[in-house]
Design a protein around this ligand. Sequence first.
Ligand code: F6P
Length: 366
Amino acid sequence: MSSSIKRIGVLTGGGDCPGINAVIRAITKAAIYKHGVRVIGIEDGFLGLVENRIGELTSLHVAGIMTQGGTILGTNNRCNPSRFCTGTDAQGKPVFTDVTDRCLRHIEANKLDALIVIGGDGTMTCTAPLVDAGINCIGVPKTIDNDVEGTDVTFGFLTAVATATDALDRLHSTAMSHHRVMVCEVMGRNAGWIALHAGIASGSDVILIPEIAYRIETICRFVEGRMHRSRGFSIVACAEGARAVGGRQVVAQIDPTKPEPVKLGGVGQQLASEIEKLTGIESRTTVLGYIQRSGTPTAADRVLATQLGYRAMELLMTGAKGRMVVVRDGRLGDIELKRVVGRQRLVSTQDPLISAARAVRTCFGD
Ligand code: F6P
């Protein structure tokens, strides 16, 4: 079957994450070698499409990038073309305008027959108006948070879990030597996937995730019990979105010009202070931050990224439109891209991993 697709655009949106370059490589090589399609890289996510910052990707551009963290195209988590911030008004309030037309003009001017969009729910939300305008877009789900609706896993997540697990493993030695409570705050936004997986992998004593509100008294009783009866230290794996029963998530910053204005952060420090105050046990915090997003992807993420990039190209060339590649029950598939918009895949409190963790006496603070 011969396809009308001769030139495609590729962009990466939202926060960077390990494995993006491996996806770009897979798309570009499959496009050029298998399908004879030219690939046009769009710089800095949707901002590059709005500003027409675009350049061809050849096999040379993608050679040797599999192991590199970040994205060779650059990314941006501020630009939503249908709600584009043009500055502030006299009161200092952000002013937004719809620049979707500008994107459509640049797609036409660059003769792009389709777009492959690599990003999380925010990027898919930005893509939806282009799908509505008739542009053929294929999504590839990306985020360390693993919270994209419709897929069991996003690339980047497994690397973030490996990084967080390594940090939690290391914290054990200081915790043991000093008989301390060591709280490690990990990323994940409103989803507890990283904390849950890294917490289990490292044998953390307490795992706190946004989906299960905690009681500080429960945590204190638990770490005191360990102090007096068993090991004399405790490790707490805490998601940045964790919150107390009846309380709110701890916010580090609010930027109304961004599509996702709330930046979480600070719950780890708050917890360590409360635990120390209420139990008298010396407590410390480590905030892992961006090292979870940076650096070389694990082998598993490189394989996943290559599969997803390849599958995105196959979908395009077989005439699929407005779809996103997914992994369900270990198999590659695809769903309607717009299904992802405005949704987050959170940890279910019935998740078998939670039962397994509880069975080995992990405390979830509830
Ligand atoms: O979505 C990925 C993520 O790293 C979240 O885990 C975190 O809350 C957020 O991005 C941080 O965003 P920013 O790059 O804007 O600080």
